[in-house]
Design a protein around this ligand. Sequence first.
Ligand code: SF4
Length: 486
Amino acid sequence: MQSEKPYLLFPYRFMRFNEDVLLVNEAGEFIFLSEDDFARLLSYQLETNSETFLNLKSKHIVTNSDPTLPIYLLATKYRTKKSFLNDFTALHIFIVTLRCNQKCRYCQASSEDETKTEFDMDLYTAKKCVDMVFKSPSPTIKIEFQGGEPLLNFEIVKYIVQYSEKLNKIHHKRLEFVICTNLLAIDEQILRYLEGHNIWISTSLDGPKDIHDANRITRKGSGTYDIISKNIKLAKEKLGNHRVDALMVTTKNNVSQLNKVIDEYLKQGFCSIFIRTLHPFGRATKEKLGYDVETFFENYKKALTYIIQLNLDGVTISEQYATIILTKILTPFPVGFVDLQSPAGTGIGCAVYGFNGDVFVSDEARMLAKMGDHRFLMGNVRRNSYEEIFKGTVTQEAIENSCVESLPQCSECAFQVYCGADPVRNYYGQNDLIGHRPTSEFHQLNFLVIRHLMELIKENNQDIMNVFWSWITNRSIDEIKGLNRG
Ligand code: SF4
């Protein structure tokens, strides 16, 4: 430490935040300072016995003693935050068919007609894909079946499950399965199979009947709400409530009616919702179902207020996007959400296996290929080795260009530790892997949502904080209150 200075500053990023200044260290610990205290901190005039200084010291932003221990502690916290990098690819998405019995107006996968079996994954390719998956060093392997509609090629789903289970007798990994299905073709026999092999269901529900049926239709054009409502109930009865999840897509049809969507989720027995934006791929671009970031954000804020109030009124429901960001802000732990991490999960957190064995860095990369651009194709399981696919230039470029620590604007952003990068969306939207933050919707949306959550945290309303901690820890509010009482 330089002797003329009373304390040492560790690395941090800062941002003007209303009347105060927000400081965030490398591990995501944060503090709000008044402008005056911030000026005093920078000019080394903070009293080292003041409360402000001690708070800064406890957050590892300053030290007035031997820095060895705080640097060690900071490094440990940083390592924990980045521990998602330890294990390499855990999520493996199998596109077992491009065929679908629905033709949703926003379909990102641009699905094929039910009769076109040439778009099904065959046995040989399925075997090669599973062999590739088990080369991943990750102790957890999650295989997610997507399409098209995976139930239309259920024999291959069964083969993949059983072959994976067989290989896992040698590899002893934590093996999980999820099937992403519109539930149209589900029946008792399929549900028995899913139950027997501990396969979870992720389905789609966009809201009550009028909203859901506006976009989610069969190939003949009729709405699917009635049948999927019946089948959600059936699936929950057979598999248990916790093993059936649903996702919604926000379009211009439901963006201003999110409260109705939330009510529908509660009516169908779900206790969480992920208010997701529309991704601009496939049919979604042609059908003009989009909206601007401000419209989404204003409605998202209202929906979040509504969900918080529901919790305060004794109804259990969480919002998953907020929960992911709150976990990043309020805990030292990584969340394993590949869409919001640095470097991006492209290839190293998630890989997508097309019906023909092509391997992509992400689902969006596969959708881009369907639109004719194979920029993010890592290789093919039938032709390439594991090393060629996962250590090739496509993966390396995606990783290299998605470290927020070195991206323009992100590198100085106080929200950096809570955010991430998406090189595929940058490439698609801005023709550049690095992207241009001032005009990036990914940046605009994450910035607004993180800032809003930070504002709520800064207010420090105990009731709201109890709701947030109940989401983060998956506990009831009463349990959180009990923990607060000590
Ligand atoms: S994308 Fe935006 S909000 Fe996120 S770290 Fe970069 S500059 Fe900050």
